[in-house]
Design a binder for this molecule. Structure first.
Ligand SMILES: [Zn+2]
Length: 95
């Protein structure tokens, strides 16, 4: 297997429209997370334990996208449900 010339990796990080969009997406996600947890009274919707009843290793509570963002889901709290860390792991999810 022939190796090509070693090109030094330059980690350029220009701030373009793409970064702005990512920043915006992050803000939307944070808002989604906050609103979903609030609406569900910070209770896992799978095991129905509250944040206080969960063990530290089962936290944090996570806002799960019912319809994945990659499948056209939105950051509307209607599209979200609250899961603890353990329950969230059992749900196939990319968002
Ligand atoms: Zn749970």
């Amino acid at each position: 297997m022939a190796e090509g010339p070693v090109v030094p990796h330059i980690d350029r990080h220009p701030r373009g429209p793409h970064d702005v969009a990512q920043e915006e997406a992050r803000k939307q996600q944070q808002k989604f997370h906050r609103l979903v947890l609030k609406r569900d009274n910070r209770t896992c919707q799978n095991c129905f334990r509250t944040e206080k009843e969960l063990e530290p290793e089962e936290l944090p509570l996570e806002a799960h996208h019912i319809m994945w963002l990659s499948k056209g889901g939105t950051n509307d709290p209607e599209n979200g449900t609250t899961y603890c860390k353990i329950c969230h792991k059992m749900i196939p999810d990319v968002g």
